[in-house]
Every structure is written in structure tokens, then in C-alpha cells.
Write a new protein. Structure first.
Length: 203
């Protein structure tokens, strides 16, 4: 099996004015495609791993041969993270959470505003490139984390229910150095229906 770039679930310009069309085109067609291509190149060297899903690859990197371990970590991670990220966004979305995750956030953080403050702090505070996450941890508790590079919480046995890409490629064309403005825009795009799906699966 070769890994394939999934289509965006909406038009490139559908997330305007929050995420601009040019960024979405580059981010999906070039950056995400590169992770997929590089993952396939790495796995060609050890074809016995070609049938594993990206999740299975990331869950136990130590079983992989050393010569492809870093490439798989970065590129299976990049493929998995971006595949989730596109679905975590939607046009005409954002605002307050709905459904089970709304109750879960209130229970874990006290309020949506407190969750949002913690998430923004994690996203602003991630030095260099990485992601901010809302995860369900091993104890079944919702918490905010961040990861470097293309690492995914699954590598720590935690399940992502919401994530934000804070690599500069995700925002620099429109927001330049203003990462906090990009983070605020993200909250106008969160697809709470999909977050609820992930939350239900994680539980
Ligand atoms: Mn990205």
C-alpha cells in the first residue's frame, strides 16, 4: 500500500478570510504532499511496513529499522497530523463547542474560556515548529499539550481530539510573525462535529 494525499473536505478558499486560499493550496498540495511522498520513499526500503497505517507506524516507532525511523516519525507524523487537521476545520464553524466535548471541556477546565486560554498559551509557547493539542490522556482526562515538529500525541499514548499546526508554513503568508492572530482565527474554524467524533472514539 502506498500512502495517498487525502482531498481537502472543502474548497481551498472556503476558510477565507481566516485561512487564506494561497496558504491552503501550498499547505495541502505542497507541504502535506511532501510528507506523503517522503513517507512512501522511506517505506520502500522496508516494504514489510508498507501495509501499516500511519497510526500503527507512530504508536511503536521502535520496531522500525533505524535507517528509516526518523523519516517515518517526521513524515508519517506529518501525514497523520495534517489529515486530522483538515477535518478539524470547516467553513461556517468555530465558536462555542457543541455536544459531548462541550461538557467535557467545562468539566476538565472549568470553562471554555479557560480551555481556550490554555490552548493559546500552548500554541504561542511552542518554540519553533510544532502543534498544540487537546488530548484525552491515558487516564481518560482531557488536557492541553503541545508537541515539537510533526510528533503526534499518539506517540505518548494520548489521543488527539483537537490540534493546531503552528509551523510558520501554516500562517506566515497571511499573518507574518503574528502567531497569536492566527491562533485566534483558528477558533473561528473549529469543526466541533469532527472533534466530537474523535472524542467519542477516544473514550
Ligand atoms: Mn503544516
Amino acid at each position: 500500500m502506498t500512502h495517498v494525499l487525502p482531498e481537502l473536505p472543502y474548497a481551498y478558499d472556503a476558510l477565507e478570510p481566516f485561512f487564506d486560499e494561497e496558504t491552503m493550496r501550498l499547505h495541502h498540495d505542497k507541504h502535506h504532499q511532501a510528507y506523503v511522498n517522503n513517507l512512501n520513499v522511506a517505506l520502500e526500503k522496508h516494504s514489510e511496513f508498507e501495509t501499516l497505517s500511519v497510526e500503527d507506524l507512530l504508536k511503536d516507532l521502535n520496531v522500525l529499522p533505524e535507517d528509516i525511523r526518523t523519516a517515518v516519525r517526521n513524515n508519517a507524523g506529518g501525514h497523520f497530523n495534517h489529515s486530522l487537521f483538515w477535518k478539524m476545520l470547516a467553513p461556517n464553524a468555530g465558536g462555542l463547542p457543541t455536544g459531548e466535548i462541550a461538557a467535557g471541556i467545562t468539566e476538565a477546565f472549568g470553562s471554555f474560556d479557560e480551555f481556550k486560554a490554555q490552548f493559546k498559551a500552548a500554541a504561542v509557547g511552542r518554540f519553533g515548529s510544532g502543534w498544540a493539542w487537546l488530548v484525552l490522556d491515558k487516564a481518560g482526562k482531557l488536557k492541553v499539550t503541545s508537541t515539537a515538529n510533526q510528533d503526534n500525541p499518539i506517540m505518548n499514548d494520548e489521543k488527539a481530539v483537537l490540534g493546531l499546526d503552528v509551523w510558520e508554513h501554516a500562517y506566515y503568508l497571511k499573518y507574518r510573525n503574528l502567531r497569536p492572530d492566527y491562533i485566534e482565527a483558528f477558533f473561528s474554524l473549529v469543526n466541533w462535529d469532527f472533534v466530537n467524533e474523535l472524542y467519542a472514539k477516544a473514550k
